[in-house]
Design a protein around this ligand. Structure first.
Ligand code: ADP
Ligand code: MG
Length: 477
């Protein structure tokens, strides 16, 4: 602490004051909304800054942002008035879940005094963070980010199994463990789960969890304060070092050197290293070859985009966690329309739940469609045979591989015909192109299938309704 100058101390005092104000504000909000609304909307808000009468709130995604804009500005203004902070200008920003710093050191702010404001203040609203660590210092794990709550499928099973193995048998199973995948696919979730499980099994061992940015900031700090020795001691004496979003090492030579030495030290002493990144080691630009090769010593596991079933499982699990009832067709609708990023999937669920909460009615499909209409039509990928196939396969509970095989049993051929029908109705693909999708069937097969489905829809009202529902789910209606 000797290194702090008076400016830093003032800054810290301001941050703490802002943080206190923000928790009072949330308390005032809590009195004005019902329990479900508070849980749905306010528990995940964070404080980015609050100074000179301007409050900047961090929200998990753009659905929240829109919703807050429309619905909570005056509520927040009134709450601010109640706690004696009016007038206040309120701005909303999309901010990731607050960064976690699990640290054995009693520093006043986990990221150090000059680390960015976002990760260290604003915890007041982040109720899901719990836990306590060695020497009774707060370890902040996201309560929901556990192995149990991580839904698996072919897209993420390897990453999940590896993460579990590492948590149970650190330093031996896979060291280092390198998880990569694009944004919103659960990397941070798995890292939290590793830390939590590790901590449960080895409560007195030291864990250090930080984002690559925090690692870098601390290093820069240490350089500025000629404190490198201390920095090294800190990171080289942990049992589990977890660094999230390591791709931020791009173009930072000195910190890469430093990380390399930290890495070697931990590796030699059989302590576990886990990192995440948005790309595999060899595709991170400017990453030193020696680091690339170190990362490859362990296990490099990719998290891919989850398939329909996994997405549905995730929506259901999140709904359970939030204690909201969501009918199956709504689960399917959400899973079919938000494919690339689980955070958006969650955002969609929350918007639907909020709409139901505000209207005081149970969630149903038409309400979900209405609530999600703008976001779906804003950013939905164009209709594709893959998307149709996935949705239809899930609806009829058949495997995609069977649909694309030569199998002719009725349980397979009807869904296959439905895909061809929807494909012809909703895409610009030619009959031949649609046929190709099913292992080179020709255009007459597709035409036949189209006719079959059309006839059946005319004769069988419940089948027609089923196809209609599929079209709705796909956003084609
Ligand atoms: P990333 O770090 O890869 O950008 P996150 O770990 O922040 O992604 O995940 C975004 C959100 O999606 C989190 O709320 C997380 O719980 C959720 N999520 C992602 N994958 C899964 C999964 N397989 N099961 C349950 N939740 C998931
Ligand atoms: Mg992340």
């Amino acid at each position: 602490m000797d290194d702090l100058n008076p400016g830093d101390v003032n800054l810290m005092a301001d941050e703490r004051q802002a943080s206190d104000q923000f928790s009072h504000l949330l308390q005032a909000v809590r009195k004005r909304v019902n329990k479900q609304q508070f849980a749905t909307w306010f528990q995940r808000t964070t404080l980015i800054s609050w100074s000179n009468g301007e409050l900047v709130m961090g929200l998990p995604n753009r659905f929240y942002k829109e919703w807050f804009h429309k619905n909570f500005r005056s509520l927040l203004a009134r709450a601010a008035e109640e706690i004696g902070q009016a007038p206040v200008q309120i701005r909303f920003e999309v901010a990731e879940t607050p960064a976690i710093a699990l640290d054995e050191e009693p520093s006043p702010e986990p990221g150090g005094p000059t680390s960015p404001v976002e990760p260290t203040v604003g915890q007041a609203g982040s109720l899901p963070f719990t836990g306590s660590g060695p020497e009774d210092l707060p370890l902040r794990f996201h309560e929901h980010y556990t192995f149990e709550n991580f839904m698996t499928g072919p897209s993420n099973r390897v990453a999940y199994a590896a993460a579990r193995a590492v948590a149970n048998d650190p330093g031996r199973a896979y060291n280092p463990l390198f998880l990569h995948g694009s944004v919103g696919l659960g990397k941070t979730h798995l890292l939290h789960a590793v830390c939590r499980q590790f901590h449960q099994r080895r409560p007195d061992q030291r864990i250090c969890f930080l984002s690559c940015e925090e690692f870098t900031n601390e290093f820069v700090q240490a350089l500025q304060h000629h404190n490198l020795e201390h920095f090294r001691q800190r990171f080289r004496n942990v049992h589990l070092l977890v660094i999230d979003d390591i791709h931020f090492l791009v173009g930072k030579e000195r910190i890469q050197d430093e990380f390399f030495h930290t890495f070697n030290r931990l590796y030699q002493t059989h302590h576990q290293i886990v990192v995440s990144s948005d790309a595999p080691p060899s595709e991170i630009p400017t990453l030193q070859d020696r680091l690339i090769s170190r990362f490859k010593w362990g296990l490099v596991a990719q998290i891919e985009q989850p398939e329909m079933e996994t997405r549905m499982a995730i929506v259901s699990r999140k709904a359970d966690l939030l204690k909201i009832e969501v009918p199956n067709d709504v689960v399917e609708f959400i899973a079919a329309n938000f494919r690339n990023n689980i955070r958006e999937l969650e955002g969609a669920l929350l918007s639907v739940s909020a709409r139901a909460g505000v209207a005081g009615v149970p969630i149903d499909l038409s309400m979900a469609q209405e609530a999600l209409e703008p976001s779906i039509h804003g950013g939905r990928p164009p209709m594709s045979l893959d998307r149709i196939t996935e949705t239809v396969a899930s609806h009829f509970q058949v495997k995609i591989s069977d649909l694309r095989s030569k199998r002719r049993s009725r349980s397979i051929s009807l869904p296959r015909q439905v895909i061809m029908y929807i494909g012809r109705e909703t895409t610009n693909l030619s009959l031949d192109e649609i046929g190709d999708h099913f292992g080179g069937r020709d255009h007459s097969t597709v035409l036949y299938a189209y006719g079959r489905v059309k006839d059946k829809m005319e004769q069988d009202a419940s089948f027609a309704a089923e196809v209609e529902r599929l079209l709705v789910r796909l956003g084609a209606r």
